[in-house]
Design a binder for this molecule. Structure first.
Ligand code: AMP
Ligand code: MG
Length: 347
């Protein structure tokens, strides 16, 4: 298959320029498109064959459903059978934005888009290209992240090209994404609501609107939880992962630095190429050191790109300094721990 790449600027694109992408969605094809979080791989949510193709090209397990993307809040009433008051408050405050809400699904949503669950995940992305694509196609767009299953989510079109070129119809390239980690997933079918995946909207922000929220155990990613029913997908699988082994070291700054240098020395004596992800700009004696940023927002934006860069540079082992788990830190640590396969050392 020949993949068409369309380069666009979110600020100044014309509707004409996304015409091919719109036709592709309408005709049952697959389009990778930018959102404010990561790139998505989209299909018409009502077209069963098109949605099935997403699983195929990603190599994604069939019990891990997608998020249905909309461009108008009113569309929730078509896709969900019930809209709790809490959902209305959240939609008002955070949509469009990086918050996915889980509702009881209505009959119009095909089972394939929700992996057979009786719930549906809905989000309204805060990206002009994404919302124009949805509006012009006149259908909701089912989309997971536009990477091969298990790989880090794509935060630029280059990452999508590396994973999916030749396998999908269209890739819309509008450069780097603004947030860099996926949306927060909140289940509103439980009381209190349950945080299933930390992401672009923080737990603190959600609690300021809703009061207490339950954390699903997988959010803190303290350990691997194997036998989870696909209540929240994404929980069951090793995810976001670079090729190299990843180790996360958490604790007080000085202890972390000491531990990491110790580990580096060990691996180097085994002739392994070691890469370090630092948030403190500490000058380790190591092959490659990458500075992810000082503040949590910047670290979130850079993390997946750094994973992919280390793979290109053929690093064997990546060691990452842990971050504090407040604000965006909860999402960052969740991705780091999951990507490491729960290989976490307390210094
Ligand atoms: P991805 O876009 O690849 O990050 O994956 C989509 C995410 O949406 C999954 O990891 C799930 O956490 C979430 N999701 C989609 N549908 C549902 C659902 N019906 N119930 C709970 N979570 C869902
Ligand atoms: Mg994904």
């Amino acid at each position: 298959m020949i993949t068409k790449i369309i380069k666009l600027s979110e600020k100044s694109f014309k509707i004409d320029e996304i015409k091919i992408a719109v036709e592709t969605i309408i005709n049952g094809g697959l389009v990778a498109f930018p959102t404010e979080t990561v790139y998505g791989l989209g299909a018409n949510a009502f077209n069963i064959e098109a949605v099935e193709k997403i699983y195929e090209v990603k190599g994604r397990p069939k019990d891990n459903p997608f998020i249905v993307h909309i461009a108008d809040k009113k569309d929730v009433s078509k896709l969900a059978s019930e809209i709790p008051v809490k959902a209305e408050r959240l939609m008002k405050k955070f949509w469009p934005g990086p918050l996915t809400l889980i509702f009881k699904k209505s009959k119009v949503v095909p089972d394939v888009a929700t992996a057979g669950l009786d719930t549906v995940a809905i989000r309204m992305p805060d990206n002009k290209i994404a919302s124009a694509l949805i509006k012009e196609s006149k259908v909701p767009i089912a989309a997971p992240s536009a990477n091969l299953a298990g790989k880090p989510s794509p935060t630029s079109a280059e990452h999508v090209i590396n994973d999916l070129y030749g396998k999908i119809d269209v890739i819309i390239d509008s450069g780097k994404t603004r947030i860099g980690v996926e949306s927060t997933v909140l289940d509103l079918t439980t009381h209190p609501p349950t945080l299933l995946r930390p992401g672009g909207i923080t737990l603190e922000e959600l609690e300021s609107v809703l009061g207490k929220i339950k954390l699903h155990p997988v959010v803190k990613a303290e350990r691997e939880i194997r036998k989870i029913t696909a209540k929240s997908p994404g929980m069951k699988y090793r995810h976001y992962a670079p090729e190299a082994d990843l180790i996360v070291v958490e604790g007080k700054e000085r202890a972390v630095r000491r531990k990491i240098q110790e580990l580096v020395n060990e691996y180097k004596s085994e002739k392994k190429k070691v890469g370090i992800i630092t948030i403190s700009k500490h000058d380790y004696d190591s092959d490659v050191i990458k500075f992810a940023g000082k503040d949590l927002t910047t670290i979130a934006k850079n993390l997946f790109r750094i994973f992919r860069e280390f793979d290109k540079e053929r690093v064997n082992v990546i060691i990452a300094e842990g971050v504090k788990t407040s604000g965006m830190g909860l999402a960052i640590m969740n991705r780091l721990k999951k990507a490491s396969g729960y290989n976490v050392i307390k210094a």
